[in-house]
Design a protein around this ligand. Structure first.
Ligand code: AMP
Length: 218
């Protein structure tokens, strides 16, 4: 299956994507994770992306689209993938359509995770992510690690993302509304959008998502 996951920052895209990709045996491709990996490796691409990310803005399409295409062309993505955080505006969605079309492929579904805005701010302010594996996500109140600052799964260090500060979150939400939300209409016109509520426990949301995807592909 070829799936795009959309939703505001804090909707739990990364967490859900990790579970869904595992259940569906397809790679989880997160452009945010790819940028963060480039930043920690000190690459040129990472240097270009960092200032945009820290300000809560989108990294320019010239950088992002090439990086996403490159990842999608790896052998593990041949039979499907779950895109998390890409596309994030209509021109990226058009570029993705073009790329898939040249390969004779198409998307199967766009899963839209819905969550109220006040919940988003609460979720992000308390979010802590593992440095070793960013799919290991905790929350200081909702799902605290057993030992503060240490990942329960792999012992990695937990940290707060630079772009999870309240000011940057507000900017990211504004960017989401103005630039990313329009892709939902773009995909709705193609009959691909499945919307589910992202409220509740992680496993409940995963089940809701799996049910919605199997209805969509039935
Ligand atoms: P995420 O981990 O998906 O929340 O992404 C973190 C940050 O990476 C975003 O706020 C953007 O600055 C940047 N980013 C991730 N994906 C994209 C994309 N598709 N287009 C532009 N910027 C992106």
């Amino acid at each position: 299956m070829r799936i795009v996951l959309v939703g505001p920052p804090g909707a739990g895209k990364g967490t859900q994507a990790a579970f869904l990709a595992k259940n569906l045996s397809i790679p989880h491709i997160s452009t945010g994770d790819l940028f963060r990996a480039n930043i920690s490796q000190g690459t040129e691409l990472g240097k270009q992306a960092k200032a945009y990310m820290d300000a809560g803005n989108l990294v320019p399409d010239e950088v992002t689209i090439g990086m996403a295409k490159d990842r999608m062309s790896q052998p593990d993505a041949e039979n499907g993938f779950l895109l998390d955080g890409f596309p994030r505006n209509v021109s990226q969605a058009e570029a993705l359509d073009e790329t898939l079309k040249t390969e004779g492929m198409k998307l199967d579904a766009v899963l839209d995770l819905e969550v109220p805005e006040d919940e988003v701010v609460k979720r992000i302010a308390g979010r802590r992510v593992c440095r070793k594996d960013s799919s290991h996500v905790f929350h200081v109140t909702y799902s605290p690690a057993k030992q503060e600052g240490v990942c329960d799964v792999c012992g990695g260090e937990l940290y707060q993302r630079d772009d999870d500060s309240e000011e940057t979150v507000r900017k990211r939400l504004e960017v989401y509304h103005t630039q990313t939300e329009p892709i939902i209409d773009y995909y709705r016109a193609q009959g691909l959008v499945v919307t589910i509520s992202a409220l509740g426990k992680v496993d409940e949301v995963t089940k809701r998502a799996m049910d919605a995807l199997s209805r969509e592909s039935a």
